[in-house]
Every structure is written in structure tokens, then in C-alpha cells.
Design a protein around this ligand. Structure first.
Ligand SMILES: NC(=O)c1ccc[n+]([C@@H]2O[C@H](COP(=O)([O-])OP(=O)(O)OC[C@H]3O[C@@H](n4cnc5c(N)ncnc54)[C@H](OP(=O)(O)O)[C@@H]3O)[C@@H](O)[C@H]2O)c1
Length: 278
């Protein structure tokens, strides 16, 4: 079968999405690099990428992007790399219902809507790959990351279920999760923005502890040991796209391997004692 390797990537304005879109394009994939801001779409086009606007918070924007992609590919799509997301920093007690809902709108509901839109195409063509960029924080929790943790835990659950359901009817559609630890990107800068915009720091019971969080989010360069560049994720994305038997989970960075192991072997309280220091 002669398959055009078309790949839709979300969240390409920076970080992992930008790297993956750019490198897959160089490798010969037909990449549809998407970003939510018009200026970023223009920048992606200037890089020579086939770029479109796609805001995961906006159903119409998702529908329009998919429609345009199908128009360009003649109704097929080889793969979807679900990637665009942000981290809502802040203690669970300081999250309003709206702020948590917003985190889920972007990190989960948008991904679900997009996935459910491309799956019928993949079923019809008889093949496809869906790659979910989750996180080590989809495997273990850490203080002041509750909203993000919850969105990635939910993604893990939804993806595990989806994978089994899809496998019941379509053996040639593969669904993989990628579990990066710390990766160089705009993630912390964007998390700081979300913190400043949505958390009432001054009235928080955690206001003193927040300084450490802010210092970490503001830090230039890597803030955690074993931080890797986005190319480390790219490597796993390429495997998930090209292997005849893609993995269900790809661990990226030492902290992911470590915590994935520790959560299986340590009593929960011991694990808390390690994780709550971060
Ligand atoms: N960096 C890490 O340490 C790390 C670790 C584990 C997992 N991850 C995961 O990796 C993925 C990419 O993050 P990154 O590290 O590359 O961070 P990043 O540089 O902040 O990139 C995040 C991307 O998501 C986009 N995005 C945010 N809200 C969106 C929306 N409503 N619709 C469409 N796109 C939206 C951002 O666009 P704007 O520029 O418009 O905001 C940006 O392009 C995320 O799923 C994240 O959870 C990252």
C-alpha cells in the first residue's frame, strides 16, 4: 500500500510541537503544523511549513483545520500528534471551577474532539497513528501542579480505554502515549503566565511556598536535573510513526523512567515524601 505520510501536529508555536513539525517536514512527511495564534501560523509558514490555525479551545477552529487538511490530502490522514497544552500552576485549593475547566478544555476536551474527528478517517482508510503527548505528571503527582496533573491523568485514562476500544475493531490504528519529563520549551514561561493570570497568590494559604514555585518557573535555562531538548521527544514520535509495532508508552528522560518505576515499587507514603519536595 502506498501511504502518504501526512501528520497533523498541534501546538507548534514553540517547544516540542515546533521541533516535531519542523523535523518531520525535513524527513519528508507531509506535515500540517498548527498553532492557535495567527502570528505563529505566519511564522510557521515562513519556516516553509504547511501551517494552519487550530485553537483547541474552539470547536469551530478544530473543524475548520481538519476540513482544510482533508481537502489537501484528498480525505486521508496518516497520523495525529496531540501536543498543544499548558500547565496551570497553583495549589488545588486555589483553583476555581472555571480555571480547572479551562485547563481541561485545552489539555483534554480539545484533544478528544480532534481525535474523535480523525478516527473515522483512519478507520475508512484502514490505518492510522495517534500519538498523545502526555507527561511524567500523567504518572505521578507533584504539589502545585494539580490542574495539570488532573488533565494528564485524565488523558492517560481516556487513552488507555480508547486504545483497547479501537483495537477491538481496527488492528491497524495504533495509539501511543509519550511521557516526557523535563524538556526545554516555553512550558514554564506559559505556566507562569497562567499562574499570574488565574491564581490569587496574596490571599492563598500557600503564599510563602509559592515563591519557590515562581523562582522555578522564572528560572532561565533548565530548572530540573536531566532536562532534555525537544529532540528527545521527536525520537519517540518517529518510532511511534514508523515502527510496525509502536509502543503503548514511551518514557522520555531519566525522571520519567525513575518515577514510573518508583510508583510501582514504593509504598504511596514514601512516594509522597519524595515527590512533595519538588
Ligand atoms: N516541557 C516539558 O517539560 C514537558 C514535559 C512533559 C510533557 N510536556 C507536554 O508537551 C506538550 C508541549 O509542551 P511544550 O513543552 O512544548 O511547551 P510549550 O513550548 O509551552 O508549547 C505548548 C504549545 O501548546 C500550545 N497551546 C496552548 N494552548 C493551546 C490551545 N488552546 N490550542 C492550541 N494550542 C495551544 C501553545 O501555543 P501558544 O504559544 O499559543 O500558547 C504551544 O504551541 C504539552 O502537551 C505538555 O504537556 C512538556
Amino acid at each position: 500500500m502506498n501511504i502518504t505520510k501526512s501528520v497533523l501536529v498541534t501546538g507548534c508555536s514553540s517547544g516540542i510541537g515546533l521541533c516535531v513539525a519542523h523535523e518531520l517536514h525535513k524527513m519528508g512527511y507531509q506535515v500540517f503544523a498548527t498553532a492557535r495564534q495567527k502570528e505563529d501560523v505566519t511564522k510557521l509558514k515562513e519556516l516553509g511549513l504547511n501551517a494552519l490555525q487550530l485553537d483547541l479551545d474552539d470547536s469551530l477552529s478544530i473543524q475548520n483545520a481538519v476540513k482544510q487538511i482533508l481537502h489537501e490530502t484528498g480525505g486521508t490522514l496518516y497520523a495525529l500528534f496531540n501536543n498543544g497544552a499548558y500547565g496551570q500552576a497553583g495549589a488545588v485549593e486555589d483553583l476555581s471551577r472555571d480555571v480547572l475547566r479551562k485547563q481541561f478544555e485545552t489539555n483534554l476536551f480539545g484533544w478528544l474532539e480532534l481525535t474523535n474527528m480523525v478516527l473515522p478517517i483512519m478507520r475508512q482508510q484502514g490505518y492510522g497513528r495517534i500519538i498523545q503527548n502526555s507527561s511524567v505528571l500523567g504518572l505521578v503527582a507533584m504539589p502545585f501542579r494539580g490542574a495539570y496533573n488532573a488533565s494528564k491523568y485524565a488523558l492517560e485514562g481516556l487513552t488507555d480505554t480508547l486504545r483497547m476500544e479501537v483495537n477491538l475493531t481496527s488492528k491497524n490504528i495504533h495509539i501511543s502515549l509519550i511521557e516526557p519529563g523535563p524538556i526545554t520549551s516555553r512550558f514554564r514561561a506559559n505556566a507562569l503566565k497562567a499562574f499570574n493570570n488565574h491564581i490569587d497568590r496574596k490571599n492563598s494559604v500557600h503564599k510563602d511556598l509559592y515563591q519557590r514555585l515562581i523562582d522555578r518557573l522564572e528560572k532561565e535555562g533548565p530548572a530540573a536535573p536531566f532536562t532534555e531538548p525537544p529532540e528527545a521527544v521527536l525520537k519517540r514520535v518517529v518510532h511511534a510513526l514508523e515502527s510496525p509495532k509502536p509502543k503503548i508508552r514511551y518514557y522520555v528522560t531519566v525522571p520519567t523512567y525513575l518515577f514510573a518505576f518508583l510508583r510501582l515499587v514504593l509504598p504511596w507514603r514514601w512516594l509522597d515524601n519524595i515527590l512533595k519536595r519538588y
